[in-house]
Design a binder for this molecule. Sequence first.
Ligand code: 11C
Length: 345
Amino acid sequence: MSVRVGVLGATGAVGQRLIQLLDPHPEFEIAALTASESSAGKTYREAAKWRVDAPIPTDVAEIEVGATAPEAVPDDVDLIFSSLPSGVGEQVEPEFCEAGYVVSSNSSNGRMDEDVPLTIPEVNADHVDLIEVQRDERGWDGALLKNPNCSTITMVPALEALDRAFDLTDVRVSTLQAVSGAGYSGVSSMEIIDNAIPHIGGEEQKMETESRKLLGSFDGAEVRLHDMDVAASCNRIPTLDGHLENVWADTADDVTAEEAAEAMEAVSGIDLPSSPEQLITVFEEPDRPQPRLDRNTEGGMGVAVGGFRETTDGVQFNCLAHNTMRGAAGASILNGELLDKRGYL
Ligand code: 11C
């Protein structure tokens, strides 16, 4: 039987990707959509300013969009996907959890809270059981699970492969991020053409802290952050979708460029419907991966890497992922599939 799901923030750029990926989905069936007050009461067709590269699914188009509040969502909805602006998520997500809903959230609020699991299922699925601690501490019947920021998701699968084999000590990363990461205002800001913006508010800190939580250890009671040092510099460039990142990774053990590429190529997906067969695709060509050519690797759920070379203390490489698919909507859906598999729904 399918799991009935609701989407909070359904009309935003990530909300629209969620709907695209959920219709159809082998386990989930869309049962409720919410958005801001100005959209409530309209059909989804009327409310959504469609931008992503797919038509509105016909069975979703006529669903009436509700207000973003637990009382506006039917009780028989088992799982909520949230792509709310962080200020709204901070207030509303705990209300849903208190009302008994299990929430898989892409919103940035609360990602580093000690009792909130932050997961990429192929990297640290075991952290999901932090929900037991969360329920004890907060007295919730529901639960809150987060996926990381899209630029963090792009580099962490590759870093995990390096850490497992060669023990990471320091990571430096410089990003070239697509405008869809900034939502509608980013997409429509055509003034970015012939320009690059060397600042994305709060992004560096997210990459530096979230990656240490994802690669940290979980002992059943708490997540201890990985002790590697991470420093990020984030830049916006005029591409529509796909974040490209230049990474310098220092390791405790010696590593060659070939060994680093081999360690990443060996990473497969896991047994969840949205996890790709090949999680990391290695490109040999020196000018790949590129956003326009490679963002849809493995249906947009893969990570592409290339440009390996040895440095004094480790390796340098480039990585790329589709920011609104692998990095946001797809990441939340994978986490929803994990919650289902682990019996939290
Ligand atoms: C960007 N990474 O490209 C941001 C968007 O914390 O989920 C996603 C922000 C987040 O601007």
